[in-house]
Design a protein around this ligand. Structure first.
Ligand code: ATP
Ligand code: MG
Length: 766
């Protein structure tokens, strides 16, 4: 990266990684990975993940792998593999030697599938996914029940699994399931499928396989194979983490990676699902994945965004756990910031109106030496700018009957032509229909490149080009692709929210110097916007894409919320538009309410932000505080458990209040309930079964915290996992968590994890 690793970047993930390095976890190594599925082009959301994975590794002397998570043969393609590599490189990151494909692990993964069967930890199940989901998996409040195939013998399972691989069964006829726990409060742990049959051609392995591992099996094991230390992914994988850990422990692979989740980036006025982006491409709504209207990296590149701007944006939005939608205006603001010192200023008119300077001799050319940069950009350079008798100005810069405050050209009035002369309009010429076709002017010879000699004040400055030296331009004006902040919100089809005016193409005229413009160059057309030269440009036909307009909704909203008037360079920026600026969300700042919670109750900023953004949770939180509960514990419960539950139930508010939550926190804090029992009780609370204490009594829930009761279970698990114990004794501290997890499972989640941990440690040491 050109600006080098940023010493300031800080977020909960980077802090965790730094702490791990300091404590010599994984011998101080940091290995991350960016794991795209090659089923589409990368978008700005992926850029967030790329900047985090590559950035955090680089900042800690580690490395980041690029791994194609290609386990779904029907949607993947080499075109995507290539575009993804191009885009990651373009963003400024380098995976060096470390390019991997999950499809290269198929054999190894398959062998681990057999191993799970041998260990009695997986079985072949003949239920279809629908049958399993409807009749066996249960619901969040009801336990599931065992598949009738769960008791199959090892030999039968092995035989079937091998025949699945050999192609004896049809798609969907059988799956390999993990044998975990049909009563787990975590639905993902209820015997999830690990392998499915799919007779399909894979873009890399061809027809070698008809059995493909599922994400939950392939991803964590690929991480383990590659020695990934920190597996960073988005929040939707939070509930899959338990399964991630289970698969790693159950297959007994030597390296244990750890998954940590962060919030995915959402941008207003944008869709980011690859499925939706693919539809836009397939339906021909856009010209391709790299259409400048697309939120893809390749679209943004073609639009004129630079890698530096995208990285700066990712740094600005930071990394946290709470879901937030970032205002598109912030991205555009960052792009403007970046282009300000990158894009020389030139003149062009988009709606040409002819002007004849009658006081100028026909055929005479005054070549002005015009600076490329405004005073506030510390750069030098000029270009020749020819002034002639016939010019063009922009139609919008002339008003026959100027409204109040209009400072541009009007009959009898003066205006400054940028870098050139002050002219006065003496006559308006119209055609038979009354349309204005030409203006006649005179110029003030004393004003060449500056103020008139007599010092009279000229209010307005406008752009112009010489009619005899102009460069024809095709200017493509891009606007946001959707008209609404959250396209497709509710049950609306997102396609209905498309902005029909997202692209307007106009024939325009640029100054003479633009004849030399080359593909990829950035320009600011003064008072109009930042532009980039499109690859469609040919000799004699310059195509410019508008990267971003000059009006800055973000800066204006910031300025007005700070009570200041925005600083606008009068010559370079048009007047504030009549459309009110979207009030952009300030992602870095805490709302006053959240700030007060942090200051008064010492809860984490991330938690405060999440609570403040969620009305019902904020209310429950305040109620729980009123019941004098432990604020941090309540916040943790609301953010980590209850919020997820609300989302998966698609409701806004829980069917209980802060008093009940306070009661639950007490039961968790005084040791009555284990962590997984807390989740259990929550499930019952959501089902409307009443207050926590009543549920605990009615169901006889109590955690097991006595060493005497737990010791036999610990001993049994340790005896069953002798090689894991050996590895732990050999210094592989990661195995500890896996063993504790197995004991917890053996007690149905009723054990006190802390006591279990101490027991395991004591046994292993002793
Ligand atoms: P889909 O749109 O099909 O769900 P995806 O966007 O998750 O796919 P992947 O190729 O699986 O696509 O993503 C690669 C990585 O990028 C994953 O680690 C994923 O978590 C991350 N990622 C994807 N979208 C975002 C986003 N909007 N913000 C941050 N990270 C993202
Ligand atoms: Mg994905």
């Amino acid at each position: 990266m050109s600006e080098g690793p940023s010493p300031n970047a800080s977020d909960f993930i980077r802090e965790m990684i730094r702490a791990d390095v300091a404590s010599k976890k994984h011998d101080g190594a940091v290995v991350t990975r960016f794991p795209p599925e090659p089923n589409g082009y990368l978008h700005i959301g992926h850029a967030k993940s790329i900047c985090l994975n590559f950035g955090a590794a680089e900042e800690n002397g580690g490395r980041c792998h690029l791994r194609f998570d290609d386990t779904n043969p029907s949607t993947e393609d080499i075109e995507y593999v290539e575009s993804i590599q191009r885009d990651v490189r373009w963003l400024g990151f380098d995976w060096g030697e470390h390019l991997y494909y999950a499809s290269d692990y198929y054999e190894r993964l398959y062998m681990l599938g057999e191993k799970l069967i041998e260990l009695g930890r997986a079985y072949v199940c003949d239920l279809t996914e629908d049958e399993f989901a409807n009749d066996y998996r249960g619901t969040i409040t009801e336990h599931g029940k065992d598949s009738p195939y769960r008791a199959r013998s090892k030999d039968e399972n092995l035989d079937l699994f091998r025949r699945m691989r050999a192609g004896e069964f049809a798609d969907g006829a059988k799956v390999l399931r993990a044998r975990i726990d049909m009563t787990s409060p975590n639905m993902k742990m209820r015997d999830p499928p690990l392998y499915r049959i799919k007779h399909a051609h894979h873009y890399r392995t061809g027809d070698a396989w008809c059995l493909y591992p599922l994400y939950d099996f392939a991803h964590c094991l690929s991480d383990s194979f590659e020695g990934i230390t920190h597996s960073l992914c988005t929040m939707e994988f939070e509930s899959a983490r338990e399964l991630y850990d289970w698969v790693v422990a159950a297959t007994e692979v030597p390296h244990v990676p750890r998954q940590t989740e962060f919030a995915r980036l959402n941008l207003s006025y944008t869709v980011m699902s690859k499925r939706k982006l693919l539809k836009l491409v397939k339906d021909g709504v856009v010209a391709g994945w790299d259409d400048p209207r697309m939120p893809t990296i390749s679209g943004m590149r073609r639009r004129g965004y630079t890698p530096e701007a995208i990285r700066a944006f990712c740094k600005r939005i930071g990394v946290a756990k709470n879901l937030s939608t970032v205002d598109l205006a912030l991205l555009e603001h960052t792009v403007r910031d970046d282009l300000n010192e990158r894009a020389p200023r030139v003149l062009a008119v988009l709606r040409p109106l002819k002007v004849v300077v009658e006081s100028w001799r026909d055929g005479e050319v005054d070549v002005l030496d015009a600076p490329y940069w405004p005073h506030d950009v510390p750069k030098e350079g000029t270009r020749p700018l020819p002034f002639t008798r016939e010019l063009f100005i922009d139609r919008d810069d002339f008003a026959e009957e100027p409204p109040k405050g209009f400072k541009r050209l009007a009959p009898g009035r003066e205006v400054r032509l940028r870098h050139a002369y002050v002219v006065r309009c003496t006559q308006v010429i119209k055609d038979a229909q009354g349309e204005i076709v030409e203006l006649r002017c005179t110029h003030d010879a004393s004003s060449r490149g500056g103020a008139p000699a007599d010092g009279r004040k000229i209010d307005g400055t406008i752009q112009w080009v010489s009619a005899t030296h102009a460069t024809p331009l095709e200017v493509r004006l891009y606007d946001r692709l959707f008209t609404t902040e959250s396209p497709g919100e509710g049950d609306r089809d997102f396609m209905e929210d498309l902005n029909p005016a997202a692209l307007t193409s106009v024939s325009a005229l640029g100054e003479a110097s633009l004849a030399n413009a080359r593909h990829g160059e950035h320009y600011q057309l003064e008072r109009t916007g930042f532009f980039v030269v499109d690859p469609d440009t040919t000799e004699g036909r310059i195509v410019l894409n508008r990267t971003v307009a000059l009006k800055d909704a973000w800066a204006r909203a910031q300025a007005s919320s700070a009570g200041a008037s925005p600083k606008v360079d009068a010559a370079a920026r048009p007047k504030a538009q009549k459309t009110p600026a979207q009030a952009p969300r300030v992602v870095e700042e805490l709302a006053p309410r959240a700030r007060a919670w942090v200051d008064t109750h010492a809860i984490a900023e991330d938690d405060a932000r999440t609570l403040a953004a969620h009305e019902a949770l904020a209310r429950v939180f305040d109620e729980a505080l009123a019941a004098s509960a432990d604020a941090r514990a309540v916040a943790g419960l609301l953010v980590n458990e209850i919020l997820g539950e609300l989302r998966s139930r698609d409701t806004d508010a829980p069917p209980f209040g802060g008093a009940e939550v306070a009661e639950l926190v007490v039961l968790a804090g005084d040791g009555t309930l284990s962590r997984s029992q807390v989740k259990d009780v929550l499930g019952h609370m959501f089902a409307g079964e009443g207050a926590p204490r009543a549920i605990v009594e009615a169901r006889g829930l109590r955690q097991i915290a006595s060493e005497d009761a737990l010791a036999p279970v610990v001993d049994r698990v340790l005896a069953d996992n002798a090689d894991a114990v050996a590895r732990l004794r050999g210094g592989n501290a990661n195995v500890l968590g896996a063993l504790v997890g197995m004991v917890m499972k053996a007690t149905g989640g009723k054990a006190n994890a802390k006591v279990v941990r101490e027991l395991v440690q004591a046994r292993v040491a002793g």
